[in-house]
Design a protein around this ligand. Structure first.
Ligand SMILES: Nc1nc2c(c(=O)[nH]1)N[C@H]1C(S)=C(S)[C@@H](COP(=O)(O)O)O[C@H]1N2
Ligand SMILES: [Mo]
Length: 197
């Protein structure tokens, strides 16, 4: 797989590249199924499950504090991209607007196009996680999840749901699309949590 699309990590970057990963040239697109085309005006993010039900609009998101992020991105299919530059809203800032039932310990991320992926509350509520609407200074392209995606840098990128449109708070772990199809429940790249069982 080395060569045209991948390069061996420079030794100085070795500590940034998890075991079994190669650096991608460019920023590959990895989508199961079609790319949903959603305009800002139609876009919403729905909170459901063990939380006060609320629907956020694009204007609601834009009224929240906006931050810049530089984060590494690791796909379980073995490519990584370092120093991806994003802009958006920190999960911890967003969550100040959400009232969650204390019984909630887990979350299902829902998307336009029906992709789902699960994440524990602990992994979700980390300071470095964010909802992204801008990639390298440009509006997030549809193929990379625009108008809005979640980015969870410390887990494999299948947890970083593109076209996010819902967060369902849960009292127990439930499995999303790839997790039901053999991927690891958590997906931590440094521990190579690629597949379950
Ligand atoms: N809605 C949705 N989100 C998704 C996916 C998908 O197929 N649908 N693929 C996941 C996987 S496996 C990866 S590696 C990243 C890829 O993001 P990119 O296409 O912006 O590189 O998005 C993740 N989020
Ligand atoms: Mo992936």
């Amino acid at each position: 797989m080395l060569g045209k699309f991948f390069q061996k990590p420079d030794p100085s970057l070795q500590d940034r590249v998890p075991p079994g990963q190669h650096l991608a040239k460019g920023f590959p697109v990895l989508t199961y199924g079609d790319t949903p085309q959603i305009g800002f005006k139609d876009w919403t993010l729905r909170i459901c499950g063990l939380a006060q039900k609320v629907i956020f609009t694009w204007d609601d998101l834009m009224a929240m504090p906006q931050s810049d992020f530089t984060a590494d991105f690791h796909c379980v299919t073995t490519w990584s991209k370092l120093d991806v530059e994003w802009r958006g809203v920190k999960v911890v800032d967003f969550m100040k607007h959400v009232e969650v039932d204390p019984k909630a310990v887990h979350i299902m991320e829902h998307c336009y196009g029906d992709y789902t992926t699960n994440i524990s509350m602990n992994d979700f509520l980390r300071e470095e996680n964010f909802f992204a609407h801008t990639l390298f200074g440009e509006p997030l392209p549809a193929e990379h999840g625009g108008p809005l995606r979640l980015v969870v840098p410390h887990l494999y990128a299948w947890k970083s749901a593109k076209w996010l449109n819902g967060l369902e708070f849960l009292a127990q772990t439930e499995l999303g699309f790839w997790e039901r199809n053999g991927y690891h429940q958590r997906g931590e790249p440094w521990a190579e949590e690629r597949y379950s069982g």
